[in-house]
Design a binder for this molecule. Structure first.
Ligand SMILES: O=C(COP(=O)(O)O)N(O)CCCOP(=O)(O)O
Ligand SMILES: [Zn+2]
Length: 311
C-alpha cells in the first residue's frame, strides 16, 4: 500500500532500525527494488532526484513527477507492503511543488548549501505547503561533498547539533539529514572512512526525530570487481564500511540513501551479460541481467539494516 514516508520512519525510529531509500531513474530499477522488498517483506522507500525527474519526463518536470507517481502507485496499490515515494534533494521550488502536486509521499527541501538562517526560512516555507497537502518533509543540515548527476558540493561541512535542535523546532521538519562525513558517489574517502558518530549521537538526542544518512552506499567490493572484470574503470572507489553503517543505525539513523550501490551492481550485471552474450540485443534480457544484481543488493541491504520483516 502507498503510504507517507513519515509513517515508515517513525516506526523505524522507535525500534532503532533503518529503512534504505533506493534511488531510481527508470522502470527496471524500480521493478528490481520492488521484487527485493516483497521477498524480504520490508517497507520500501523509493526516491527520485531532480535529475531523475527531468530524465523520466524527457525535460518536462511535472510529466517526470507524474511518471514516477503513476509507476510506483500502480504497484504499491496492489501489494501488502508499505511503499512511499520521496523527492530526493529538492533544491528548486518548481520540482518540490511538482512532486507535491503529482502525489509524492514526501519531499526533501535541500537548502543545505545556503546560510543557516536561509535554510531554516526556506525549509519552514516548504513544510507549511507540504503539510497542508499531507506530504512529509526532509531537510539537510551541514553539507555532503561528492558528485552525482545534479548533486554536487565542493567539500563537506559537518552538522552543528545545537543548530539542528533549533532547526527542527522552528521548521517542524519531519526527518533530518545531518552531514556527518559521508559524500555522494563511489569515491567517498581518500584515506580511511571516518564518520562523526559523536555528532550523530548528539543530533539524535537533541532532535528526537527520524534521521537520514545521505551518501550511504558501501561500494561493495564484489560488484566493483565484477564491473572491472568486464571493462569498468572504478579505481579508488570506496564507500561507507558496513560496520560504520551499522553503528549509524544504532545511533539513530532511520533512512539510508542508497543509489551508487545499485548503479554499480547494475553495470556489473550488464557488462558481464553483454560480454558473455555477444549475439543478444533484446533489452529485456540485457537490462534484466542488471536488474538481477540490483535485486540482490536490495535484499542484502534490507536484511543488513533491519528492515526485513518489518512490513
Ligand atoms: O545520498 C544519496 C546517494 O548516496 P550514494 O551515492 O552513497 O548511494 N542520494 O541522495 C542520491 C543522489 C542522487 O542524485 P543524482 O540522481 O542527481 O545523481
Ligand atoms: Zn543524497
Amino acid at each position: 500500500m502507498y503510504v507517507n514516508t513519515k509513517d515508515i520512519l517513525e516506526k523505524a525510529s522507535k525500534e532503532y532500525y533503518a529503512v534504505p531509500a533506493f534511488n531510481i531513474n527508470n522502470m527496471e530499477f524500480f521493478h528490481a527494488i520492488l521484487e527485493g522488498a516483497l521477498e524480504k517483506r520490508a517497507p520500501l522507500i523509493i526516491e527520485t532526484s531532480e535529475g531523475a525527474i527531468k530524465y523520466a519526463g524527457n525535460g518536462d518536470i511535472f510529466k517526470g513527477a507524474r511518471y514516477f507517481v503513476e509507476l510506483v502507485r500502480l504497484f504499491a496499490d496492489s501489494v501488502d507492503i508499505p511503499i512511499a515515494l520521496h523527492l530526493d534533494h529538492g533544491k528548486h521550488f518548481e520540482y518540490i511543488i511538482a512532486a507535491i502536486k503529482a502525489g509524492y509521499s514526501s519531499v526533501m527541501i535541500d537548502a543545505s548549501e545556503k546560510p543557516f538562517e536561509e535554510n531554516l526560512k526556506e525549509t519552514k516555507e516548504i513544510v507549511k505547503i507540504a503539510h497542508a497537502a499531507g506530504v512529509s518533509v526532509e531537510a539537510e543540515l551541514g553539507q555532503l561533498a561528492g558528485v552525482e548527476d545534479n548533486v554536487v558540493a565542493a567539500e563537506s561541512v559537518l552538522v552543528d547539533p545545537e543548530q539542528a535542535k533549533i532547526f527542527v523546532e522552528e521548521t517542524g521538519v519531519d526527518f533530518l539529514a545531518p552531514a556527518i562525513g559521508t559524500s555522494h558517489g563511489a569515491f567517498k574517502f581518500k584515506g580511511e572512512a571516518k564518520l562523526d558518530f559523536e555528532r550523530l549521537k548528539k543530533v539524535k538526542e537533541l532532535t528526537k526525530i527520524p534521521l537520514v544518512l545521505h551518501g550511504a552506499s558501501s561500494v561493495l567490493p564484489e560488484y566493483v570487481k565484477m564491473a572491472e572484470e568486464y571493462g569498468a574503470d572504478l579505481g579508488g572507489a570506496k564507500g561507507v564500511p558496513e560496520d560504520q553503517l551499522k553503528k549509524c543505525v544504532e545511533l539513530g539513523i532511520n533512512k539510508v540513501n542508497t543509489d551508487t550501490d545499485l548503479r554499480i551492481a547494475f553495470i556489473a550485471g550488464l557488462r558481464k551479460f553483454l560480454k558473455e552474450n555477444p549475439k543478444e540485443f533484446d533489452p529485456r534480457h540485457y537490462l534484466g541481467a542488471g536488474k538481477k544484481l540490483v535485486k540482490e543488493v536490495v535484499m542484502n541491504r534490507l536484511e543488513f539494516l533491519g528492515a526485513a520483516g518489518k512490513a
